[in-house]
Design a protein around this ligand. Structure first.
Ligand SMILES: *[C@@H]1O[C@H](CO)[C@@H](O)[C@H](O)[C@H]1NC(C)=O
Ligand SMILES: *[C@@H]1O[C@H](CO)[C@@H](O)[C@H](O)[C@H]1NC(C)=O
Ligand SMILES: *[C@@H]1O[C@H](CO)[C@@H](O)[C@H](O)[C@H]1NC(C)=O
Ligand SMILES: *[C@@H]1O[C@H](CO)[C@@H](O)[C@H](O)[C@H]1NC(C)=O
Ligand SMILES: *[C@@H]1O[C@H](CO)[C@@H](O)[C@H](O)[C@H]1NC(C)=O
Ligand SMILES: *[C@@H]1O[C@H](CO)[C@@H](O)[C@H](O)[C@H]1NC(C)=O
Length: 478
């Protein structure tokens, strides 16, 4: 039978690569260190056999694991009162990339609870894409034994769809976590009240699980939080008003849940916030929150997919740093304020589609040089779209606004660039008078024609002068 590259062989290959780089590092770094405690050494072998079975770990790494270990197994030296000792401080599982060749996970991987009791100085546990088994064959995240895990600072579980569990044990035991990341997994149930006691937490990212229930008010006790991401779960109820206490927050992502009620004004008290995503929830009928106007550090705001209603307020003066704005599917009415285009000089994405906005498209947006995408599809906009000759907008989505037309005389005949605009088939040219529907604002149309002749007049004048001169010369010499 011909040799084929089976997963086992790939695993071995990766392992030998790992071994090779590990020994190179050892040769470069001859500083003597105390050997890893025999109990922890044995526990590493057993953990590797459970998570990355099928590889002869004990044969490949027979010596002190602090001197030569697979990537992803990290030791550190601790100075005691009368002796130094080496302990395991990091365990990383799951092949990430050629530069981060952690021990790859076997299809039958399991995560034992003794991992928390065997490594008293474990600071980081990282598991990437290890539990991706067939549906319905869940591996449950282990209970943390009482009194263990208090040294753990980072628990990072990414893309493990067949890993399930509840947050209760983690929150009650791993009280000194600074980073809690559980994404793309099957965690379920609520966020327990005790979360408020994880006073060192700087990052909580729990997106893409099946977590539900109301977010407890105690969460806002976590004043060290910089990143809070609960997106893509089933949380509901109102947001606690005390959220304004999380004064160090840089990123707040609560998108794709079922949060309801009013967006608390206290979000406006978060002085450092740069990223706010509340889109696709059930926030109610209170209009675009005006507190945004004072959040000068904001770079991205997404509120799409909530029934906020109302008009777009005039509140953009201090928001010149905004790069992305998503106000789609909000039930917005009225006009797009000119002041938006005038203030939002750095904007690169603007989503206003699927509202009931009317009136004209502010010219300012069409002249912006950084704008990557404008989407105003499916509104009731009307009038003339005048695209500045040197606009670099990549995607301009205007379809679904029967009252809009394109002033072709200003955009020029740049057929090669038309592919980058989605108006190609949907928008009429304004000079196509026969097809003007009644909804088009004749005033705007007239304005556009006026500016065309303004633009053309110098050339027209020179041409006329030339003609007169020519006739004159011809008359002179004939
Ligand atoms: C997982 O499978 C490997 C073979 O691929 C086997 O050697 C190992 O014992 C299995 N581990 C467990 C915990 O069943
Ligand atoms: C989690 O996985 C275990 C083991 O497969 C299973 O018994 C349990 O029902 C799962 N829980 C949920 C909520 O899916
Ligand atoms: C808030 O944090 C303090 C200090 O970290 C802690 O003592 C207290 O129990 C926490 N309160 C709640 C409601 O979690
Ligand atoms: C807007 O509406 C169109 C047509 O109903 C739909 O295809 C599109 O997905 C909607 N866009 C968003 C962002 O929901
Ligand atoms: C177009 O580019 C020219 C030269 O780079 C610049 O002077 C002019 O202001 C630009 N026009 C607009 C509308 O941005
Ligand atoms: C635009 O240019 C294309 C090719 O360069 C040409 O075929 C077409 O007739 C021009 N259209 C107009 C309206 O000038």
């Amino acid at each position: 039978m011909a040799a084929t590259l089976t997963p086992q062989r790939l695993t071995l290959f990766v392992t030998f690569l790992t071994l090779f780089t590990a020994s190179v590092q050892q040769a470069e770094n001859p500083v003597p260190v105390p050997a890893l405690d025999a109990f922890e050494q044995e526990a590493v072998y057993r953990a590797l056999e459970l998570m990355s079975g099928g590889v002869p770990w004990r044969v490949i790494f027979p010596d002190d694991l602090c001197a030569s270990a697979p990537h992803g197994v990290v030791c550190d030296v601790f100075l005691g009162e009368d002796s130094t000792a080496a302990h395991i401080t990091e365990l990383n599982f799951g092949f990430v990339s050629d530069y981060n060749s952690n021990p790859p996970c076997a299809p039958n991987a399991t995560l034992p609870s003794w991992i928390f009791s065997s490594f008293p100085r474990l600071r980081k546990l990282f598991v990437f894409s290890c539990f991706a088994g067939e549906s319905e064959s869940y591996v449950t995240f282990p209970d943390v034994p009482a009194g263990c895990g208090t040294e753990l600072e980072e628990l990072v579980l990414i893309d493990n769809p067949s890993l399930n569990g509840s947050l209760g044990g983690i929150v009650r035991s791993l009280v000194n976590l600074r980073k809690l990341v559980i994404t793309g997994s099957g965690f379920y149930g609520g966020l327990p009240d005790e979360v408020g006691e994880m006073g060192r937490l700087e990052q909580m990212t729990l997106s893409g699980n099946r977590l539900n229930g109301v977010v407890p008010g105690s969460l806002t006790n976590l004043t060290s939080l910089r990143l809070l991401d609960l997106s893509r779960n089933e949380f509901d109820g109102p947001l606690p008003e005390s959220i304004g206490q999380l004064r160090g927050l840089l990123k707040l992502d609560l998108s794709y849940n079922q949060f309801a009620g009013r967006i608390p004004d206290q979000i406006g008290d978060l002085p450092e916030l740069e990223f706010l995503d509340l889109s696709y929830n059930r926030f109610g009928n209170y209009g675009i929150p005006l507190f945004l106007s004072k959040m000068v550090k904001l770079k991205e705001v997404y509120l799409s997919g909530n029934e906020l209603g109302g008009e777009i307020p005039e509140m953009w003066e201090k928001l010149g740093g905004l790069l992305g704005l998503g106000f789609s599917c909000l039930g917005l009415t009225g006009e797009i304020p000119e002041s938006m285009a005038a203030s939002l000089k750095s904007l690169s994405y603007l989503g206003l589609e699927n509202n009931s906005l009317e009136g004209k498209m502010p010219d300012g947006f069409l002249a912006m040089e950084n704008l990557g995408e404008i989407n105003v599809e499916n509104n009731k906009l009307s009038g003339v779209i005048r695209i500045s000759p040197n606009v670099t907008t990549k995607r301009l989505k205007l379809a679904g606004n029967p009252g809009l037309c394109i002033d072709r005389s200003l955009t020029g005949n740049r057929s090669m660039r038309r592919d980058s605009y989605s108006y190609r088939h949907e928008l009429r040219a304004c000079d196509d008078v026969t097809q003007l529907p009644v909804s088009v604002d004749v005033h705007h149309y007239a304005l556009a024609s006026a500016s065309v002749s303004d633009g053309a007049s110098p050339y027209l004048l020179i041409g006329l002068l030339g003609l007169i001169l020519g006739l004159f010369l011809q008359a002179l010499y004939s």
